[in-house]
Design a protein around this ligand. Structure first.
Ligand SMILES: Cc1cc2nc3c(=O)[nH]c(=O)nc-3n(C[C@H](O)[C@H](O)[C@H](O)COP(=O)(O)OP(=O)(O)OC[C@H]3O[C@@H](n4cnc5c(N)ncnc54)[C@H](O)[C@@H]3O)c2cc1C
Length: 420
């Protein structure tokens, strides 16, 4: 069976790989000249199995209200006239209900644990190199009240099979000595030793090379302009246009949609509505000039919603979430708090003048649960909507989709799509 995967970010390339391993003949199409040019280009680098809680949780509405109108707010809603934005916002509020947040957290945790296993197996199988570090993630708390909840959080994570332990300030410093200039501001931490970090772009591109070695056809620089429906409603082909304006139709026995935030636009003409909206985030990648002062353990600042990962001779610092449509322009006032965070935490380590800023659009569902499985249209499958955790969940989601397409049931307690 021939499967055409639409999109070559983390989701699309991992999907192509696991499908090829499951015996499918695979093709891949993307509008960019190579893999991982959009949201998978410069994310926070974290394999954050220890962070299954979605943004949509009971405390979110209060925080968003508190941060309204503040340019440096970690979570920012810029209201527009776009009905899709308001629909998504209303669903987000629904997902903040305690029962929904508990259900979503459990599902994400199950998929994240399985995804971690798939990633480690893949790394062993292929020997991929992508500046990976298996040193865990240390969650930092600057607020005593937040740190006071760390024990309960560790217990909740353990119930999902995720190891995590609260750490005093001294224990945080023992784990990551580079934090010492900032230690007096820390209330404590929560350490998840099973987490990892690494460069998602390098990973995706290395895996795309492996996909091409399987004999898959990779169609670069081809924009998907429409999905063509057969008279019986099934998908019969994908219309593409290359950079010279030439058009063609690519046909396969099945199609998998992995187009990030742009998927809903292509499905709308078919009468399919996906609850995915772009949530913009920023990162800066800063050269390290004094390696002994730069962290090796990946960090999550829980109070500021900022993450950082060591990627070889660079530090990647990422954060902020903004509901602002498809605008990927870099706003200096949104980058400034991320740079300030880096310079106050690691004042000696970094060449801030050499920092490169980037913005990307997380393809987010309101509850942060990706859409994985059969769509309502025959021959069309989905593996998309991974929001804040697309790197963490990539291998597990793709492996699960390959099993679903083989007619198998993945061994993960996750609400895979079964419609159609
Ligand atoms: C600031 C920031 C920090 C993050 N940090 C982390 C982190 O630390 N850990 C984590 O797990 N996740 C993180 N994420 C989330 C993660 O990066 C995303 O969930 C993931 O990259 C999404 O991958 P994707 O393949 O779905 O989308 P994309 O990477 O955007 O891939 C979609 C692909 O589809 C292609 N495409 C789109 N439209 C068309 C079209 N019409 N025709 C042809 N091709 C098309 C694009 O070119 C692109 O290659 C972060 C995200 C951001 C923005």
């Amino acid at each position: 069976m021939h499967v055409l995967v639409l999109g070559a970010g983390l989701s699309g390339v991992t999907t192509a790989w696991y499908l090829s391993q499951a015996g499918f003949r695979v093709s891949l199409v993307d509008r960019q000249a190579e893999a991982a040019c959009e949201t998978s280009f410069a994310n926070g680098g974290q394999i954050s199995i220890s962070h299954p809680e979605p943004w949509a949780n009971p405390s979110a509405p209060g925080l968003i209200l508190r941060w309204l109108g503040r340019d440096e707010a970690p979570l920012k809603f810029r209201p527009s006239g776009d009905p899709a934005q308001w629909r998504w916002g209303a669903r987000f509020l629904f997902e903040c209900l305690p029962a929904r947040a508990r259900r979503n957290t459990a599902a994400i945790a199950a998929l994240a644990v399985w995804s971690g296993m798939q990633l480690r197996a893949l790394r062993t199988q292929l020997g991929l190199e992508y500046d990976q570090l298996e040193r865990g993630i240390l969650h930092l708390f600057h607020d005593r009240a937040e740190f006071a909840r760390a024990s309960a959080r560790a217990e909740a994570l353990r119930a999902f099979g995720i190891e995590a332990r609260p750490c005093s300030r001294d224990q945080c410093l023992a784990l990551e000595p580079a934090l010492s200039p900032h230690a007096h501001r820390l209330a404590g931490g929560l350490f998840a030793p099973g987490d990892e970090s690494g460069d998602a772009r390098r990973f995706t591109r290395a895996l795309a090379t492996e996909v091409s070695r399987t004999g898959a056809a990779l169609h670069w620089s081809k924009e998907v302009t429409a999905l063509h429906a057969n008279p019986d409603g099934s998908i019969g082909g994908v219309d593409v246009r290359d950079t010279a304006g030439r058009t063609a139709r690519l046909e396969a026995d099945a199609y998998v949609l992995c187009l990030g935030s742009y998927g809903p636009r292509l499905l709308a003409p078919l009468g399919l509505s996906l609850p995915i909206y772009p949530v913009k985030g920023y990162s800066v990648t800063i050269p390290i000039v004094k390696p002994e002062h730069a962290p090796k353990v990946s960090l999550t600042d829980e109070s500021r919603r900022i993450v950082c990962s060591r990627l070889g001779q660079h530090l990647r610092v990422a954060g902020t979430a903004e509901l602002n449509g498809f605008d990927t322009r870099i706003r200096p006032e949104r980058v400034a708090p991320i740079l300030a965070w880096a310079s106050t935490h690691f004042p000696e380590a970094l060449d801030l003048a050499g920092a490169e800023s980037w913005a990307g659009l997380r393809p987010a569902t309101p509850g942060n649960l990706p859409l994985i499985g059969r769509s309502a249209r025959q021959k069309l499958w989905l593996n998309t909507g991974h929001g804040t955790l697309g790197w963490t969940l990539a291998c597990g989601s793709a492996a699960a989709l390959a099993q679903l397409m083989q007619g198998r049931v993945p061994p993960v307690a996750f609400p895979f799509l079964r419609t159609g």
